[in-house]
Design a protein around this ligand. Structure first.
Ligand code: F0G
Length: 353
């Protein structure tokens, strides 16, 4: 299997800091579909054209795999034997999988009781050492930085520059499909690595002449965890979107730069708005995402109500993680299952036939 498009490193080698000695650790990530959201676009009106980049279809079901293939490949190239991260769940799942593939040890620090079930299951089954701290994500990240700065352990959070390099390939794929950049790029913001990576990707594509114009970056934080919007560290962030429950993002300044250089915005959406978008994506488009991912669409709905978008604008929304990561939430937000007798008459009666 050495096809040119096998995994994001092979596909975009010329844009990435790898060489012939880099051992590529890949699960064939990337190449996720860009889906035209026809029903959502009609629902929004104003001739908007919304496309959804379904990153939940990566090997560990989130966008993290794009960055992790780079971080783990470079860790191996440098002779590292152990990788480590703090995580609200998806980074830990991805790190654990790529460590398994690359035959490295993996240690993950998670906030106790605050990550979705599917993500925990992943980190465990891939064989990582999973440590749950009695603290939040921001505290977990500080501990991981202290350890990785002082011991022979490689940091694979998005402060590792190779993570951002890998994640920028999402922007390349969008432009390759559309033949240009979208006018607006909507994205959830947590630790702020992904908005940083996409902006870097778009700028690089423009610089080498692959696209003529850059998108406006529009990022959305959860209202109870919106440090960038409020301009202050949030000590005790709160949101049902556990993936973005972060009070002191590592790439804070770079997210602000993406917003300001592109002429975009970073705003907040409430948990109610996130859940409304979460259900709408499933009901209108047949796309199941985790709540944090729905923040990008909650933001588009909100900005559309404010008449922010010009008529006919193209918007790409990044759906960062799969809905099956957090089955508890899906069940909580749905109507109850109806239990019936194993009798045809009973079923027909309920079907109204
Ligand atoms: N969406 C999902 C599903 C995520 O898991 C994350 C971050 C984000 C959005 C926000 O991306 O941090 O680059 O701004 N998850 C990290 C983790 C923090 O540990 O899995 P960001």
């Amino acid at each position: 299997m050495n096809r040119e498009d096998y995994g994001v490193i092979n596909k975009y080698r010329g844009f990435l800091p790898v060489n012939e000695n880099t051992p590529i650790v890949t699960l064939n990530e990337g190449n996720t579909p860009l889906i035209f959201a026809s029903n959502l676009s009609s629902y929004l009106g104003n001739d908007l054209k919304v496309c959804l980049k379904y990153e939940g279809l990566n090997p560990t079901a989130s966008f993290k795999d794009r960055g992790m293939t780079m971080a783990v490949s470079k860790a191996k190239e440098e002779g590292s034997q152990v990788i480590m991260c703090a995580s609200t769940g998806n980074t830990s799942a991805s790190a654990a999988a790529y460590a398994a593939k690359g035959k490295l040890k993996c240690v993950v620090l998670i906030p106790q009781g605050a990550i979705a079930l599917g993500k925990l299951a992943q980190a465990l089954i891939y064989g990582a050492l999973v440590l749950a701290i009695k603290g939040n994500f921001d505290e977990a990240l500080s501990l991981v930085l202290e350890i990785t700065n002082n011991y022979p352990v490689t940091l694979v959070n998005s402060l590792n520059p190779f993570r951002i390099e890998g994640q920028k390939t999402g922007a390349f794929e969008i432009c390759d499909v559309l033949g240009e950049a979208p006018e607006y790029h909507a994205i959830p913001v947590g630790n702020a690595g992904n908005i940083t990576a996409y902006w870097m990707g778009y700028k690089e594509y423009k610089k080498c002449g692959k696209i003529d114009a850059l998108p406006k970056m529009i990022g959305f934080q959860a209202a109870g965890a919106a440090p960038i919007v409020e301009g202050r560290i949030i000590e005790d962030p709160k949101t049902i979107a556990t993936a973005i429950k972060i009070g002191n993002p590592a790439s804070w300044k770079r997210a602000e730069a993406a917003r300001d250089e592109s002429g975009g915005v970073i705003e907040k959406v409430t948990d109610e708005e996130i859940l409304e978008a979460y259900k709408l994506l499933a009901n209108l488009e047949g796309i199941f995402v985790e709540p944090a991912s729905a923040a990008s669409i909650a933001g588009v709905i909100k900005k559309n109500k404010e008449s922010y978008f010009p008529k006919g604008a193209t918007i790409v929304g990044i759906l960062t993680g799969h809905g099956l990561k957090d089955p508890d939430r899906a069940i909580k937000e749905s109507k109850e299952v109806t239990t019936v007798l194993a009798k045809k008459e009973e079923i027909l009666r309920i079907m109204g036939l």
